[in-house]
Design a protein around this ligand. Structure first.
Ligand code: R5P
Length: 288
């Protein structure tokens, strides 16, 4: 087996390689002067089982992934297993209005053409770990919430896990079991892509060390609104943990709002204090 990392997930791919005691594939990634990607696979992959890890948080990283996958096929690999720690476009997982693009179907359809298997981590529309069929495409989804829960376990005196909306409630429940505390959720109303309103549900947070758990933080609007509601009800501390730190407005917007902010390395950032490498290692050991 040989493990490759796209340029968005190189660090994670290196960790996975070490854990599997596998070879790390060599790639020349470059950009042409106009910004287009140049990819050359330098390792010999003919008749080998390949694993490619690449987060697609940007359009560039998606193009890079597709280029790499197609080269693998041309180089006659035995199999290619695609691991996408964070898959972009996953929030457009249906056609909400007539005429809209069904973005996740398009993206997964492209990736599926070249892959023997597809694995994601906490793909937005999937609420649990396991194998799921989406528009005739099989996707294996891994759950990193237990890792985030482990991070907060023993760190807080009076913990309470809160999901900012009902969608992540199942995850909050499981995380609360690991932390050994209660859980609850807030009522979220999305007003626009940039604005959410959190209903002031009275949930008894006074004196508690609240952990807001969400699958992703994108603009930060959800977490900021939720944190304000919780602070106004006299919580002792307000912390947040997410799997995917998209942070489209950066993370310094949370200074003074959150006591602790943590995310995993599905998107590689300075504040990625939790690695999903173990989840990937365990999965690759089973599927390849
Ligand atoms: C929504 O369903 C997700 O779970 C997140 O709550 C959402 O994507 C966060 O977005 P933002 O940070 O832009 O509020």
């Amino acid at each position: 087996m040989i493990v490759f990392g796209g340029s968005s997930s190189l660090k994670l791919a290196e960790c996975v390689c070490k854990g599997l005691d596998a070879d790390l594939g060599l790639v020349d990634y470059r950009r042409f002067p106009d910004g287009e990607h140049y990819i050359r696979i330098l390792s010999d992959v003919e008749n080998r089982d390949c694993v490619l890890i690449q987060t697609t948080d940007t359009n560039d990283s998606l193009v890079e992934l597709l280029l790499m996958l197609d080269v693998f096929r041309d180089l006659k690999v035995r199999s290619i297993h695609t691991i996408i720690p964070y898959i972009g476009y996953s929030r457009q997982d249906k056609r909400f209005r007539v005429g809209e693009s069904f973005s996740l179907k398009t993206i997964l359809g492209l990736i599926d053409q070249f892959s023997d298997s597809i694995t994601t981590v906490n793909c937005h529309f999937l609420n649990s770990a396991g194998k799921f069929q989406f528009e005739n495409i099989w996707v294996r989804n891994l759950d990193a919430f237990p890792l985030v829960a482990e991070y907060f376990k023993d760190m807080l005196d009076n913990p309470l896990i809160i999901s900012p909306d009902k969608g992540a409630l199942e995850y909050a429940k499981k995380a609360a079991k690991i932390v050994g505390c209660e859980f609850d959720y807030l009522q979220k109303i999305r007003v626009s892509d940039h604005k959410v309103e959190i209903d002031l549900k009275k949930i008894g947070v006074e004196g508690m060390d609240v952990v807001l758990l969400d699958d992703m933080i994108s603009t930060g609007g959800t977490v900021i609104e939720a944190a304000e509601v919780i602070r106004s009800q006299n919580a002792r501390s307000v912390n947040a943990g997410c799997i995917h730190g998209v942070f489209s407005k950066g993370w310094d917007i949370f200074d003074g709002i959150l006591d602790e902010l943590v995310c995993t390395d599905t998107i590689s950032l300075d504040i990625s204090k939790i690695s999903v490498s173990k989840l990937i290692i365990d999965t690759v050991s089973v599927i390849v």
